[in-house]
Design a protein. Structure first.
Length: 453
């Protein structure tokens, strides 16, 4: 690669394939590279809540991305970029409404770059696995607030929920340009609330969300277990619903399985229509592969399409990733899309388990988020009740997911000895047996960590 800017672009692309589209839009898309001295990379974020989320939740992914792209491990220093004076708007220009996630461009809303495509209904491959959800999304887009309200779409990561939400937004925006449409994910909504409380700007927060004509929320499961966020979303939901405004929600599981979600929200999420998306069948996977290849200007032989479809069964993003790799082989190295090339393209994807160090960081980050502490706190010698509880929960979850020995878990959690880990895990098990709320929180941590999204 000719420049470090190109390296960073490749790093962002690497991250894009491993997070949801709204999360990428909010936390990665506007990042800028600062300096690199061979050991530390300086990255600039545009807002404090973005810097905080990257530091507490996505730092392991960024390190993993740099290692994959340049082949060496680096330290990452995330800073806030100094604000530049905004040019004065022309008198005849109207300032656009901030209807996107944290004032950023939404997936599919910008003109398509070469090799990309709009996340609209025309580009959504319909099969038996998603026909009902697709029809419900089209009905909502054609008749906001008059069809199903709320519409709740759920399914595993990478099956097209974000595509449908974005398609709804684009269709409503085309037919009703005067509508105020807000699209956000659960984590960004939570971070906005935290920022609003800190900056004493909750009135502006209420005005932004409670005056929407259409509210679309991806990854709504992330508000589970967060009391302030659920309180705010409850009132936002009521205000919009009572005003006849359209609400569309997406999650990796149905409302009844979001264990740490308040009952009053769970029942409201079930007021309208709940539609699930299942993994695509073989014929649908072949159709998806062909469509993705066609959008990249590449024709794949039938046997190559079937080879990929037989091996990647549960995630549309994985199918797209395989096609993109084949296109890269073709355009950069002149390698034709044969079964051999396809086998090479999917060999990394076929490894279902993530490297243990990455998995541990995901567990630690998820636990830290639930307890409002940092991963550094969990590994530290702090003995405050909140940190100690987080440490105990992290040890239990690491054992459940990785099956590591007690000695190895202790090394990962700040160098604790075997007996400390045994005691912590036993405490967690006892609390799971006696405390339903704690059990639900742990189940959510395990499920979020195991998610491929």
């Amino acid at each position: 690669m000719d420049s470090f800017e190109e390296v960073f672009a490749a790093v962002k692309d690497y991250c894009k394939e491993r997070v949801t589209a709204p999360s990428y839009t909010v936390f990665f898309e506007r990042l800028e590279i600062g300096d690199f001295d061979g050991a530390t990379v300086i990255i600039f974020a545009h807002a404090e809540f973005v810097r905080t989320s990257l530091t507490t939740r996505y730092l392991p992914l960024l390190r993993e991305a740099f290692l994959a792209i340049i082949g060496i491990e680096v330290d990452i220093d995330i800073r806030i970029k100094a604000a530049e004076p905004a040019p004065a708007p022309k008198a005849e220009e109207k300032k656009p409404e901030a209807d996107a996630v944290s004032a950023t461009t939404l997936p599919g809303s910008a003109p398509a770059k070469a090799g990309s495509y709009a996340f609209d209904f025309a580009n959504f491959i319909v099969g038996g696995n998603n026909k009902f959800a697709h029809a419900a999304a089209q009905a909502v887009a054609a008749n906001p607030s008059g069809a199903y309200n709320p519409l709740f779409i759920y399914g595993q990561s990478g099956l097209g929920k974000t595509h449908l939400l974005t398609a709804i937004r684009l269709e409503i925006q085309k037919n009703h340009p005067e509508y105020n449409i807000l699209y956000v994910d659960g984590e960004a909504f939570t971070n906005e609330i935290i920022t609003a409380i800190r900056d004493n700007s909750t009135a502006e927060f209420h005005q932004k969300y409670r005056q929407a004509d259409v509210l679309l929320v991806d990854d709504i499961q992330f508000i589970g277990g967060k009391d302030s966020t659920q309180e705010e979303f409850f009132h936002t939901f009521n205000t919009l619903y009572n005003a006849g405004k359209q609400i569309v929600l997406a999650s990796d599981r149905p409302p009844k399985e979001i264990k740490s979600l308040e009952d009053r929200l769970r029942t409201r999420f079930e007021w309208g229509l709940t539609a699930d998306i299942q993994p695509p069948d073989f014929e649908t996977r072949v159709a998806i592969i062909k469509r993705k290849a066609g959008l990249l200007g590449m024709e794949l032989p039938e046997d190559v399409c079937e080879f990929i479809a037989k091996r990647l069964k549960n995630n549309i993003r994985q199918l797209e990733g395989a096609v993109k790799k084949l296109n890269a082989y073709r355009s950069l190295s002149g390698i034709h899309p044969t079964i051999g090339a396809a086998q090479n393209a999917i060999k990394d994807i076929l490894s279902e388990t993530q490297p243990v160090p990455v998995t541990i960081e995901k567990i630690m980050t998820e636990v830290a988020r639930c307890y409002n502490v940092t991963t550094a706190d969990i590994r530290s010698r702090k003995r405050t009740a909140n940190v100690s509880d987080a440490r105990k929960t992290a040890m239990y979850c690491i054992r459940e997911i990785t099956g590591m020995s007690m000695e190895d878990i202790g090394k990962e959690v700040g160098g604790r000895d075997h007996s400390t880990v045994v005691y912590a895990v036993k405490q967690a098990e006892e609390q799971i047996d006696t405390n339903a709320s704690y059990k639900e929180m742990v189940e959510d941590i395990l499920k979020n960590t195991r998610s491929n999204g």
